[in-house]
Design a protein around this ligand. Structure first.
Ligand code: PLP
Length: 476
């Protein structure tokens, strides 16, 4: 046994013991979901600067240090964690992270991690299949028509990649010559900020985004798309892409993808469905109707680190047509480029990233533990619970949720005052029993729950509403 291998085992055992305790304390709700301390306090209690100067953080010191670190985390496994759309990671994803941390295979080049590369291929195929986009044996086999995709470090990079694909389709010359001046993107104002960021990064500018009309729930009104499109054409502009939500970050509501997709197909517009969270409906027989129309899209984004229970990050960007996918980063015909004999798959040709972690491994390990059926059960349970929470909220006087949830995001208010919602949330965070988020819908402030946690139940929500009532009494 080498010295390093012994250290791994010694420190690893300590780390696992401390983490296992952390996990059960969190799940039992025995510790605050969050204790927010100042930068100075955290740097001091962890002695961060001193460790950097002197080193020596080895096995004997690890337990203490890790305890203090974990005291300053947000406990995602706590039933009162109902804040943001980040997965409560499956244990197998944690194990995959550890395996990757030791083996460190940067698998974007096949020979730099063959097993991890094949796992990525297999999970991407699985996702394509869920969208009804067929499978691919090899990304470089252009003989059968089917979809293609790649894993990226996060949905924001995935959206950027998809929009680059849209640009390559309408303006293939742009890769070398820069953007033509007439390209616009249609998207609802509720689109995630990564969409306007991508527009800025690509060089179109955020002003290239033309807002799509939405109803009072901020859902796109498909009947109004043709008129917007007509005015774009009359302005001498071309639609590079239409971006629809599946589902929206703020409300968790799905744009009507089938109607939008039908129009986009008839008008030859690239449809990108921004569905990092909501694409998980595709794994459920009960909920996949929410994504109806996905088969008409040209690309979509799917975060496994939201509803497929991997730790951050693990995202797929998926394309209906492999040829379009191959042109994202390479305008010269990719077929020809790949006619030479290559062994395996080099994902590196298809990502913004150069070095890339074995992201597919995390998702593979989760699916391998749960099976597809296990993931479906999880998605069904979270969606169903959230609809029940909607009823519970509306049964209480003083509380109101105007939006029937479609997924596992619930928006509601206590009273009608915007500032009140912010004050309530701040106080909840200080109390440490719950972590919830907040959002604006048509300019009004709402409290917002992302019901990611299998441990969160009706009792949790009852206690949350009780605590909000007490806070409201205190602040008068
Ligand atoms: C989460 C989300 C994103 C951003 O994805 P990251 O993985 O956080 O970068 C973009 N769009 C929508 C609709 C999302 O829900």
């Amino acid at each position: 046994m080498t010295k390093d291998s012994k250290s791994l085992q010694d420190a690893g055992e300590i780390v696992l013991q401390v983490l296992a305790k952390y996990l059960s304390e969190s799940q039992e709700g025995e510790q605050p979901v969050l204790s927010l301390r100042s930068i100075r306090e955290i740097a001091d209690t962890l002695q961060l600067e001193s460790w950097i100067r002197n080193g020596g953080l080895n096995a004997p010191q690890v337990a203490n240090f890790l305890h203090t670190y974990l005291d300053n985390t947000i406990r995602m496994h706590h039933p009162g964690y109902i804040g943001h759309q980040v997965s409560i990671p499956h244990i197998n994803s944690a194990l995959a992270e550890l395996i990757h941390g030791v083996s460190n295979n940067p698998m974007a080049i096949y020979e730099m991690g063959p097993a991890a590369a094949v796992m990525e291929l297999v999970v991407v195929n699985w996702m394509l299949e869920k969208a009804g986009w067929g499978q691919t044996d090899s990304l470089h086999d252009a003989t059968t028509a089917s979809g293609a995709g790649v894993l990226t470090h996060g949905g924001s990079l995935a959206n950027l990649t998809a929009l680059l694909g849209a640009r390559a389709a309408i303006a293939p010359e742009a890769w070398e010559q820069g953007n033509p001046q007439d390209l616009v993107i249609l998207a609802p104002a509720s689109a995630h900020y990564s969409v306007s960021r991508a527009a800025a990064i690509i060089g179109l500018g955020t002003q290239s985004i033309i807002p799509l009309p939405v109803d009072k729930r901020e859902v796109v009104i498909p009947d109004e798309i043709p008129a917007i499109h007509k005015s774009v054409i009359e302005n001498g502009q071309r639609v590079m892409a239409l971006v629809a939500n599946g589902c929206a970050t703020s409300t968790g509501l799905y744009d009507p993808l089938a109607e939008i997709g039908a129009y986009c197909q008839s008008a030859n517009i690239w449809l990108h469905v921004d569905s990092p969270h909501g694409a998980a409906a595709l794994v459920s027989d009960k909920e996949r109707h929410l994504m109806k129309g996905i088969e008409l899209a040209d690309s979509f984004t799917w975060d496994a680190h939201k509803m497929l229970r991997t730790s951050t990050l693990c995202t797929a960007v998926l394309f209906r047509e492999r040829q379009a996918f191959q042109q994202v980063f390479r305008q010269k015909a990719s077929y020809i480029f790949y006619e030479k004999e290559i062994f395996g798959i080099d994902f590196i040709e298809h990502t913004v990233e150069c070095t890339k972690a074995g992201l597919g491994m995390k998702l593979f390990w989760v699916i391998a533990a749960e099976g597809e059926a296990g993931l479906a059960t999880y998605v069904d349970a979270q969606f169903a619970k959230t609809r029940r929470f909607y009823e519970i909220v509306n049964q209480r006087s003083g509380f109101h949720s105007p939006i029937i949830p479609q997924s596992n995001i619930l928006c509601f208010r206590y009273g009608t005052d915007d500032q009140m919602q912010v004050t309530i949330r701040d106080q909840l965070l200080r109390n440490g029993n719950f972590h919830i988020s907040s959002t604006e819908i048509h300019g009004e402030r709402f409290l917002r729950l992302s019901v990611m946690n299998p441990m969160t139940d009706e009792v949790t929500i009852g206690k949350l509403l009780d605590e909000i009532e007490s806070i409201a009494v205190e602040i008068g």
